[in-house]
Design a protein around this ligand. Structure first.
Ligand SMILES: NC(=O)c1ccc[n+]([C@@H]2O[C@H](COP(=O)([O-])OP(=O)(O)OC[C@H]3O[C@@H](n4cnc5c(N)ncnc54)[C@H](OP(=O)(O)O)[C@@H]3O)[C@@H](O)[C@H]2O)c1
Length: 265
């Protein structure tokens, strides 16, 4: 596993498991399997209604809590009572701390919610703060109103929505960019994973199309949290460190940009 350095001195695995569509026992089993296979970052959210199952998967795996980077997120309706929502998340998961707590979306009272995260960091309940779905203009407005700089911004990024200017801007601000929908998101993966350019480059490197796309992210300094419950895919998505893309490959992939967003935020 490779790690990236965060602007607060912590490190974070560059690859993790997205748990958006995992529920119930399937979530517990998949999290436990992923940890067995070597995953060390888990991405959940209050919205996904699976925080308890993710935590149960951690306990089932037997991997020590302090070896795992656990991310969860507050959803806008929770912002008004963020301090209580943080305590509720800790209780739901049965953990003493959350590694990264994100604001899921910009909203009217996101600054107050972020201040509650800062207080939770000072109290040792949270180790670092992240934001999600903040693009340049949202970030600039938000940054001018808060204290501690977030360490990570999680946004939609895939070859059909590369958002290169935003990614470069946010990276230049000292944030690590992490992608949601790295494979295009459910309902779109078929199209992306059969794109002729992606297929040709995957063949060239002897990897799967998903591996090729995830490697493209890493080459751009973008961390990935693909979602999967298949053992084969989970394994594949971790095996992206033994090959690299050259300038020609990167140019061919850059040409796939369509500004095609697959979700509204
Ligand atoms: N912050 C936000 O607003 C936000 C929004 C959306 C998502 N997220 C986070 O981002 C994570 C990733 O998004 P996502 O899971 O919705 O979409 P995704 O990672 O782009 O795509 C997941 C789909 O790809 C398939 N897949 C995974 N690995 C594969 C492989 N190696 N080969 C072929 N197919 C593969 C999965 O099917 P199988 O199960 O069959 O492998 C699943 O259908 C979420 O789980 C969530 O944690 C955050």
């Amino acid at each position: 596993m490779q790690h990236v350095s965060l602007n607060n001195g912590m490190t974070m695995p560059s690859v993790g498991l997205g748990t958006y569509s995992l529920r119930g026992e399937r979530c517990v089993e998949t999290v436990s399997l992923a940890l067995d296979l070597g995953y060390r970052l888990l991405d959940t959210a209050s919205l996904y209604e699976n925080e308890a199952e993710v935590a149960q998967g951690i306990r089932r795996s037997g991997v020590a809590r302090d070896k795992i980077f656990l991310t969860t997120k507050l959803y806008p309706p929770q912002y008004a009572k963020a301090a209580a929502a943080i305590d509720a998340a800790l209780k739901r998961m049965g953990v003493d701390y959350i590694d990264m707590l994100m604001l899921h979306h910009p909203a009217g009272n996101d600054v107050a919610a972020y201040q509650a995260i800062e207080t939770a960091i000072a109290a040792g309940k949270v180790r670092c703060a992240g934001i999600s779905c903040y693009y340049r203009s949202e970030y600039e407005t938000f940054r001018s109103k808060i204290g501690i700089k977030p360490v990570v911004v999680q946004n939609e990024i895939h070859p059909y929505y590369q958002d290169t200017d935003n990614v470069r801007y946010l990276q230049a601000q000292g944030l690590i960019v992490q992608t949601w929908y790295p494979l295009g998101g459910r309902g779109y993966t078929g199209k992306l994973l059969s794109d002729a350019t992606v297929v040709a480059l995957a063949d060239k490197h002897g990897v799967s199309c998903a591996q090729l796309i995830l490697r493209w992210d890493l080459e751009r300094g973008v961390c990935v949290i693909p979602g999967s419950s298949s053992r084969e895919h989970l394994q594949q998505n971790l095996q992206i460190f033994a090959f690299s893309l050259d300038d020609e490959d990167m140019q061919a992939l850059a040409a796939l940009e369509r500004r095609e967003k697959h979700d509204w935020y």
